[in-house]
Design a binder for this molecule. Sequence first.
Ligand SMILES: Cc1ncc(COP(=O)(O)O)c(C=O)c1O
Length: 472
Amino acid sequence: MKKQTGTKSEELRNFEAAEAAPIFGSVQSREDIIMKKLHKDPVPAELAYRLIKDELMDEGNARQNLATFCQTYMEPEATKLMSETMEKNAIDKSEYPETAELETSCVNILADLWNAPDQDRVMGTSTVGSSEACMLGGMAMKFRWREHAEKNGIDVKAKKPNLVISSGFQVCWEKFCVYWDIEMREVPVDEKHLRINTDVVMDYVDEYTIGIVGILGITYTGKFDDIKVLDELVSEYNRKNNSKLVIHVDGASGAMFVPFVNPELAWDFRLKNVVSINTSGHKYGLVYPGVGWILWKDKKYLPEELIFDVSYLGGHMPTMAINFSRSASQIIGQYYNFYRYGFNGYKEIHERTKEAAMTIAKAVEATGLFDMYNDGENIPIVCYKLKEEADVEWTLYDLADRLQMKGWQVPAYPLPKNLDKVVVQRFVCRADLGQNLADALVRDFNECLDELSKARILYHDKGDIHTHGFTH
Ligand SMILES: Cc1ncc(COP(=O)(O)O)c(C=O)c1O
């Protein structure tokens, strides 16, 4: 047997040699870094950093990714704070009580922004994003419905409970319905009703309805459901039927935008039947992914079965998230933004983002080629389709390709069911799309149109409808 004490092992000598080797002269730089199984020996940290970073280099510049609502810029101080707190586990509330305090403070801030009538009665939590928050909101509605239904002598096993929502829903609601065995009743959108059709929505409701979801910022077009009218309809329904139907607002994108830019719009806890709201802190809350929030206006809307008491981390802490462990750094990043920007900081940022979106929308409209679905007025989304009478050879998919050649990632995709013959394109403008970048985008957009009008080879068939680019 070889004696190792006091002498360097061959592995260690190899490792040191690798560490001394120039990065681009190293063995590893000659090999594919994508592994199917672990390689045997460690790789020096600097080499690993460089090679993995390089691997990720050609996948597009996040700042030019206008497909996503998710934040792509935070201040260096926020990033520093977040990277210095990544090791804190958000669930260890007894171990990190100050972090838990910041989370509670964020819930209080949101309760205030969303006009909760009594802050002391609000319940809320951070989540990984809106998807988890929607699951929690949906489950609370389901449990609450079952309790009331049983009290009222309804046979809860006779039929599946249902959820009423516009067909412009985000996929997380479909997941919720599949995972929790709920019938999803979709109120179809049409050209006249690109948001929930309040003329017919109540036809979808019956005594098995756990609730109605109003969307503040439909993912496809950025349009807002008319939650005030929905609330009136629900009040009338409850009066006539002696029932307790409720509304959950999916404010993934709008709930952190509207309170700053259009505080008069009544969509939140001011409305009687709105009992819970979710949002994505990583969208217009201006935090990197993933953080979301859900709040219930009153404890009574969050059934006790959904609150778990965790004692094995030391102390007793109620928790209501689906997820268990995750880094607290996103919550800390959210708190940093709230503390740093204050109300007026958010307002300034959002108003400027809205101006950038409206600049882009005007330029798109000025070409005379497009019908606008959203001009950036409610949330900073620009969404349009090609005019039916537009005399062009190319499609929005070709335009998406052209824009991508200039680095801009802008999806083209069909609208939801019933309108799925209509292909739209959408720019999601975020805080880091300043006026200069918006002007550059407009220049590139016009150049792309010019290039397309002269192009000899177009790739996408005019009749072909599919999703091009990532939309979420
Ligand atoms: C209306 C709506 N709800 C829910 C979600 C899911 O959000 P998250 O990505 O935070 O899970 C989105 C995402 O775009 C959305 O637009």
